[in-house]
Ligand binder design. Structure first.
Ligand SMILES: Cc1cc2nc3c(=O)[nH]c(=O)nc-3n(C[C@H](O)[C@H](O)[C@H](O)COP(=O)(O)O)c2cc1C
Length: 376
């Protein structure tokens, strides 16, 4: 049975979701993706540390600012201490800071898992349950979803247990990235795991995540796994218009966008402009935009000197002038869809001492894990 996806009163139709990505899915990028989707879909913030939120850290308060056009407003939280997660969720509900809360149990970066957080956490079943319970009860009417990986590594697979716990604790939907933490972004995502989770928790929507690079991939994932929706991350890097294609595909159209370099350049300038407006400083916006340059230019015939120059611009005028020197009539480089960003392979997951001995013993988890996070 498939479920319609809704976030509180907001139906997410078609069920396409922008994956939370630290340093990427801020309000400007979400706005850009949303413009291409015609307002359809769900666009999740980058992860917000619950400790920093309850302390009203200035940068964190900036990160949770939404554009007025964003409906529903989705915040992803990351926390390891049930009480702090509860406090953060109550703060969001009471102060009307968002319409939806997603909980991150997928982060594989060592500085997070070393403290027992992120993708290490579901291994501790009782801790997971306690966090979900605090979040769901603190959220009141706000829907709480969770996002996780398959487990720590092939010998410590947790997603089916975690999925059952999530249902028992009243989580609204689950997104599964079909990789273990040890895989980071290497290899291919295991879509069979998504199908298995869907069978295991028929009560709530399951969203599939991992290796969707095109609208066709999204439809294929739904067909092959029976999932209720898709979560798309790296496929959108430097390609926010993928959201137009995803909506088209789910609506039965195939008028996919194949922008010329001229059109891509216009999107780049718009992205940098939005970042500047959001940061309140044009130059800061252009500097923050630098990380996106290579993603946007992937596959186009642009020399390495020019790529380097475009990646160090400091003003919109400089960015525009550099782009105008390119051969802007180039057609979309078919095949440029594909991995962007990190693709590291198998890794040892760094865990607190003795973490794997007992899945029910939660001693050793420390709130410090919340203090120092980035990346997913
Ligand atoms: C740069 C980057 C930052 C990420 N940050 C987060 C994050 O803050 N929270 C999270 O749950 N996942 C994060 N992820 C993981 C993605 O949400 C997603 O699960 C992963 O990229 C797999 O999906 P994909 O194959 O569509 O990229 C991040 C991924 C990347 C590449």
């Amino acid at each position: 049975m498939t479920h319609p996806l809704s976030i509180g009163p907001h139906a997410v139709t078609p069920p396409v979701v922008l994956a939370p990505m630290a340093g990427i899915t801020n309000a400007p990028f979400r706005t850009l993706c949303r413009e291409f989707s015609g307002g359809k879909g769900l666009f999740v913030s980058e992860m917000i540390t619950t400790r920093a939120l309850v302390e009203r850290n200035e940068k964190t308060m900036q990160l949770i600012r939404f554009d007025p056009s964003e409906q529903p407003r989705s915040i992803q939280l990351y926390g390891v201490d049930p009480a702090t997660v509860g406090k953060a969720v109550r703060m969001i509900a009471e102060e009307d800071l968002a319409d939806h809360i997603d909980l991150n149990f997928g982060c594989p970066v060592p500085k997070v898992t070393r403290k027992g957080g992120g993708s290490a956490l579901p291994y501790k079943r009782n801790l997971l349950r306690a966090i979900l319970r605090e979040a769901v009860s603190g959220a009141g009417d706000l829907p709480v979803t969770m996002k996780m990986r398959k487990g720590i590594d092939d010998d410590h697979i947790t997603y089916l247990d975690a999925g059952r716990i999530a249902v028992e604790e009243g989580v609204t939907a689950i997104a599964l990235h079909g990789r273990t933490a040890a895989q980071h972004y290497g290899g291919t995502a295991d879509w069979d795991a998504i199908a298995r989770l869907k069978e295991h928790v028929p009560e709530i929507p399951v969203l599939g995540n991992g290796d969707i690079w095109s609208a066709e991939d999204a439809l294929r994932m739904v067909r092959e796994t029976g999932c209720d929706g898709v979560v798309v991350g790296r496929g959108c890097l430097g390609r926010p218009w993928l959201f137009a294609d995803l909506v088209a595909a789910f609506e039965g159209r195939d008028d996919f966008l194949r922008p010329t370099l001229r059109e891509v350049a216009d999107v780049m300038v718009r992205h940098a402009t939005l970042l500047g407006e959001w940061l309140g400083d044009e130059s800061k916006g252009v500097v923050d935009f630098r990380k996106h340059v290579a993603w946007y230019l992937k596959g186009f015939a642009v020399g390495s000197e020019m790529r380097k120059r475009l990646a160090i611009t400091s003003s919109l005028q400089e960015l525009r002038a550099g782009l105008d020197e390119l051969d802007l009539d180039q057609a979309w480089p078919v095949g440029a869809e594909g991995p962007r960003g990190r693709t590291s392979g198998n890794n040892r997951v760094v865990l607190p001492d003795g973490w794997l001995k007992d899945p029910y013993d939660c001693s050793g988890i420390t709130e410090e894990a919340e203090l120092d996070t980035s990346g997913g």
